[in-house]
Each structure stands twice: as structure tokens, then as C-alpha cells.
Ligand binder design. Structure first.
Ligand code: GAL
Length: 630
């Protein structure tokens, strides 16, 4: 199967009504990332999967909901109560209606056997909570495909066991949202991944073949366009069935099918990696699957490194340093904070971690800027997140099992090295100050988290790389999706050390980056280095939300990391669809050109880097020190 070409074509060219190929770099004057009324900040709540797998019932779900309320977690924002795999009994033959396993969810039983989750969602709503449900984009469920020994698998004949959305999108979405009153749906992708014609279960007549559209180990063997189209169709059904717009669409494609590039256009949250496990190493793997994607998350559409495992394994009450690290890092990268723990058995110390107000405030900050990596290594990483009031949240992670020393600098924070920086430890409240730089001692696996206040380097505006929440790489210039090699490589628990180990597998390499080139080099044009700026490939278009600023400034050019001798690139700046300024055509090795463009009154700025001819290997270009100024 070689369907991938179609995907590339579909994303590279948009066809207008007349049939002529539209120019994807033409300004639209419109913000194109997904946003609906809900999920303006990352969703918070609880999900049954990490706590119970599919061994769920009404008592477990409702007890967890009650603890969210009674322990004060709901008041702190944890409002979604999400039922994962295991709720379904079958799809009714006569009319295709989905039936709930009422034996496990007694309140769903109805006199005529229709079953309804309405009594359960009514109770959750009455408690001030929201209700989430789970389905699959294919015909079959993850349990059927991958964990068939787990309890509560769908029952009946081949048709009745087709519990996924495929072929029933409108019917199911209407049932779950209009009739049953759910507020969130997580849509998994196992049904388009694991049941191809060669699968022994398909051959044995147990399931109908579908695809496979997704090969999680090979982007080339994945039909990106068709997979994306299926998810888009569900999004359209959700819009139709939720006139008030109050719903959350959660994509679960585990970083496959290049979803890390397009999830932001399709749903409110989108998984960027395989399932998390309660081990330190897999936590790092999932974390890194979002580390370099801050420009792909915005208010209304978040990167999802998977649910929290605070409470279990390496993050249980005997490992509070690790539990705090996991929680603080998820908060920093604007991950949805979805508890995956049997709260009935939670030690108070763990509830304290999950309820840490200052850390939650970092996650829920209204500016919606995902933290940007300011320093990275296999030992220590530093993330900085610009908050709505201009302060910074900074997290310094010791990835290793040995003590480590880190140096935090004013430069990391984009604060002046000559002025004092005030730090407030977000776990202890302790205050401290430094000027220039500060040595920090980290315990094994510790993450220090501070709110930092200082004199901003750019006194009269905002660097765009500090504001990923307002920058959307509408076209990031990637021609052929490639797997990202910079993700912590952990042992996959279900495979152990069998085979070669997990290779790079999540598309996104070469995507737009804050303060780095698309391939993770320091930004530089003709030898001039920039510690601040946006790195992106040529033939790209970035959408930028203005907020009352008067000027856009940047120093632009082809990045030194490009392979020399390529095409000339012109940098164009549009305001609400109109050309406001541009560079001369620039070649590799030319000194950066300074741009200073009036954008007063403009709502949406578009930054286009256009090569004179499209090339199969686009050159990295740099918007050095790109900023909105007063
Ligand atoms: C996986 C998914 C998990 C969980 C599980 C249920 O594909 O990533 O989060 O939903 O399926 O079977």
C-alpha cells in the first residue's frame, strides 16, 4: 500500500471551487486552528482507563466523581469524568443503536431495553461535573484489537460487535450528545490500525477488515489524508449535534498518521504518543512527544501526552518527587490534566499533588502558551512558559537517577541579566532572587518549578517565541512527514527489550519551532545567532494573533543550517489578508534583513516565507527576534 502521496498532495494544494489549485501560502486573514467554546484552557478531570482498564462499572465511576467533589478537586477545575473502554455491550441489530452494558451500569437499564446513559450524565451534571464517553474511529474497539483478554468486551455476532463510529458517525454522535448528554468524546484509532485483511481474526471471520489506514511504525505506509478525513467527519457531526458548542473532541491517534501536525486543526486535544505507563522512562517519552510542539497548541486545541499516572508505580505515594515532577511537567506543557487513578484509595499526599493550586494555575493560565524548551539534554531540561501577566513559569527537570546541578540564567527567561530576577517556588512558596544566573541543585528525578518575575529583555512588546499560543503554523512547509528522533527512548513495557527497541515514529520532524530551527539547531543567519525567534521551513505560512500592537519586527534570512545553494526566499508580512511589508529575495549566506512593519489595528498577521521554486527539501528559514511591538 502506497497511499502516502495522496496525503502530501492534499496538504500541499487546496483546490478552489473552479478546480484551479489554490495557493496554500496565500493569506486568508483567518485563524485556522481548531477552537470551540470549551477547552479554552486544557481540560481537567478523571478517566477510568489508567485506574481500571476496561474493568469499569457505575460504582467505580460515581465514587471517583464523588471524590473529585468531596476532596475539593472539582472546585480546582477537575470537572470531566470520562468513561473509557468497557462501557459498551453491543450495537443493536435492528437499528444500529448502541447499547450500554447495563449489568455494569445499572442506571442505564430502561424498561424497553434501549439503555440510556442519561441518568448517569444527569447525576454528574447535578454535581457540577461534565461527562465524557469513548469510541473508536473504526468499526471495532481497542479492546477487541489489542487487549481482548480484558473484561467487558463487546458481545454478539460480527455486526453487533462493531461498536466503533465507522458507518454510524451521525447516529452515534447524536445518541451520545443529544440524547445522553455527554460533554466530551475520546475517539481512539485502533479500528483503522489493527484489522487489515491479513489479520488472523479477520481471516477467521471474527471481524470485517478495515484498512489498515494507520501503520504506527511507518508513516509511508499510513494513509494520512483518509485517516484525517475520518476524524474531520466526526468533528463535523459534533458541531451539528452540539448547537451550544460546549463539547470537547479528544483525538487518540497516539502520535501516528502525522497527527502531531494536524491534530490542532481537528480537535480540542490530540494524543502525541503511545500510551503512558507508570514508569519514569515512559513518562519522559510521552513528555518529549510534546516538548518541541509548543507552536502546535493553542487555546481550544492542546497537545495531549496522555493521562496522568500520578498515584501509580513510579509516581505512587512512596515516590512523591517523581509524582510532583510528572504533574508539574504536564502543567507546564499545557497537557489536559486528566487523573488516571483509583481516587478511592488515594493517599492525602497524592491528593495534595493533584490539588496543588499554584501548579494548576500554570496549566490553566489564560494566555495558553505551552512551555518552550530553553535548554535540553539527556540529563537536564529547562522549560519556560510565558504567563498572561508577563511573568514566567520555569521548570528545571533532572531526568536522571543521580543528583544534578543546573544553571538557570536570565537569558533562559528572556529577562535582562543586569536586573534582579525574583523566584517563587511553586511547591513550597519559598522566595529567592538572583541576577544573571543561579545554580540549582536537583535531587534525582526532581523538577524545580518557579514563577519568575524580572525585567523583560523586550520592554516594549512580546517576542513571538514567548507566545506560542498566538502563533499557528497554518502551513509549516513540511513536504514529507518524518519521524521525530528527539524523543526519549524508553522500553515499551509490553515489548520489553525484545527486538531492536522503539525507533523514532511520531511525525513532526522539521515542523515549526520556537527559538530553534525546524531540525533543532540554534537559529542563525550568516553567522548571526539568535537566541529568540521562530524557525520554520520555506514555503510556510504562520498565523499570528495581534493584541493591540503597532509594529512587527524581525531579522529574517535563510538559516545557516540549510544546505547551501538553494532557492531564494522572500519573507512577506500580511495584515488581515493585505500585504504590509516584505523582504528582498534572500539567498543562503546573505546577512539577515531587518523588517519593521506597521500592523496597528490589524487582528491577524500572516508571516509567509516563499521560495522562488518549491523544492523537495525545503530550506530552514529564520524569523530572528520576531516580535510584536508597541
Ligand atoms: C488505547 C488508548 C488508551 C485507552 C485504550 C482503551 O488505544 O490509547 O488511552 O483508551 O486504548 O482500550
Amino acid at each position: 500500500m502506497r497511499l502516502f502521496g495522496r496525503a502530501v498532495l492534499a496538504t500541499a494544494l487546496l483546490f478552489s471551487a473552479t478546480g484551479a489549485a489554490a495557493d496554500p501560502l496565500a493569506p486568508t486573514g483567518r485563524w485556522s486552528a481548531y477552537e470551540r467554546a470549551a477547552a479554552r484552557t486544557p481540560p481537567m478531570g478523571w478517566n477510568s482507563w489508567n485506574a481500571f482498564t476496561s474493568d469499569i462499572d457505575e460504582e467505580k465511576v460515581m465514587a471517583s466523581a464523588r471524590i473529585l467533589v468531596d476532596a475539593g478537586l472539582a472546585a480546582k477545575g477537575y470537572r470531566y469524568v470520562n468513561i473509557d473502554d468497557g462501557w459498551w455491550l453491543k450495537r443493536r441489530k435492528s437499528d444500529g443503536r448502541m447499547l450500554v452494558r447495563a449489568e455494569r451500569f445499572p442506571s442505564a437499564a430502561t424498561p424497553n431495553g434501549d439503555t440510556s446513559f442519561r441518568p448517569l450524565t444527569d447525576r454528574l451534571h447535578a454535581m457540577g461535573l461534565k461527562a465524557g464517553i469513548y469510541s473508536d474511529i473504526g468499526r471495532n474497539s481497542c479492546g477487541q484489537v489489542f487487549t481482548s483478554t480484558f473484561p467487558n468486551q463487546p458481545e454478539g455476532d460480527i455486526d453487533e460487535r462493531e461498536v466503533g463510529l465507522h458507518g454510524h458517525v451521525d447516529q452515534d454522535i447524536r445518541l451520545y450528545f443529544e440524547e445522553w448528554g455527554f460533554d466530551l468524546i475520546k475517539v481512539d484509532g485502533c479500528g483503522v490500525r489493527g484489522l487489515g485483511p491479513a489479520d488472523p481474526r479477520v481471516k477467521a471471520g471474527l471481524y470485517r477488515a478495515l484498512g489498515p489506514l494507520v501503520d504506527a511504525d511507518s508513516l509511508g505506509r499510513t494513509d494520512v489524508a483518509t485517516t484525517r478525513g475520518l476524524y474531520e467527519a466526526v468533528g463535523q457531526a459534533l458541531d451539528r449535534s452540539n448547537p451550544d458548542g460546549d463539547f470537547v473532541y479528544s483525538l487518540c491517534l497516539w502520535g501516528a498518521a502525522d497527527v502531531r501536525a494536524w491534530g490542532k486543526n481537528v480537535g480540542a486535544m490530540s494524543r502525541t504518543s503511545e500510551d503512558i505507563s507508570p514508569t519514569w522512562s515512559r513518562m519522559l517519552h510521552n513528555l518529549d512527544s510534546v516538548s518541541r510542539r509548543p507552536l502546535y497548541a493553542h487555546p481550544g486545541s492542546w497537545n495531549d501526552p496522555d493521562m496522568l499516572y500520578v498515584g501509580k508505580g513510579d509516581f505512587d505515594e512512596r515516590h512523591l518527587i517523581e509524582a510532583r515532577s510528572h504533574f508539574a511537567l504536564w502543567a507546564m506543557v499545557n497537557a489536559p490534566l486528566i487523573i488516571g487513578y483509583d481516587l478511592r484509595t488515594a493517599a492525602p499526599a497524592l491528593l495534595d499533588v493533584l490539588g496543588a493550586k499554584q501548579i494548576i494555575a500554570v496549566n490553566q493560565d489564560p494566555a495558553g502558551n505551552q512551555a518552550v524548551l530553553a535548554f535540553d539534554s539527556a540529563d537536564v531540561s529547562i522549560w519556560v512558559k510565558t504567563l498572561a501577566d508577563g511573568d514566567k513559569a520555569v521548570a528545571i527537570l533532572n531526568r536522571t537517577a543521580a543528583p544534578a546541578e543546573a544553571v538557570l540564567t536570565a537569558d533562559h527567561l528572556k529577562f535582562l541579566p543586569t536586573a534582579e530576577v525574583e523566584l517563587a517556588d511553586l511547591w513550597t512558596g519559598e522566595a529567592s532572587r538572583f541576577q544573571g544566573e543561579q545554580k540549582l541543585q536537583l535531587a534525582p528525578h526532581q523538577t524545580l518549578v518557579y514563577r519568575a518575575h524580572g525585567a523583560r529583555k523586550l520592554a516594549d512588546g512580546l517576542f513571538l517565541s514567548e507566545q506560542p499560543g498566538r502563533v499557528n503554523p497554518a502551513v509549516d512547509g513540511v513536504v514529507t512527514p518524518q519521524a521525530d528522533p528527539l524523543i526519549h527512548r524508553a522500553i515499551l513495557p509490553w515489548r520489553g527489550t525484545r527486538g531492536l527497541g522503539e525507533p523514532p515514529r511520531y511525525g513532526g520532524w522539521g515542523g515549526a519551532q520556537a527559538d530553534r530551527t525546524p531540525y533543532d539547531q540554534e537559529l542563525a543567519v550568516a553567522g548571526q545567532r539568535f537566541d529568540t525567534g521562530l524557525g520554520v521551513l520555506a514555503n510556510s505560512r504562520l498565523e499570528v494573533r495581534n493584541a493591540g500592537f503597532q509594529r512587527f519586527t524581525a531579522k529574517v534570512g535563510i538559516d545557516d543550517s540549510a544546505i547551501g545553494g538553494g532557492q531564494a526566499v522572500t519573507f512577506l508580512i500580511y495584515g488581515d489578508g493585505k500585504l504590509m511589508g516584505q523582504s528582498r529575495p534572500m539567498k543562503f549566506g546573505e546577512a539577515p534583513q531587518a523588517l519593521d512593519v506597521e500592523i496597528g489595528g490589524v487582528k491577524l498577521i500572516e508571516l509567509v516565507a516563499r521560495a522562488s521554486k518549491p523544492t523537495p527539501v525545503p530550506q530552514p528559514v529564520t524569523w530572528g527576534e520576531a516580535a510584536l511591538r508597541r
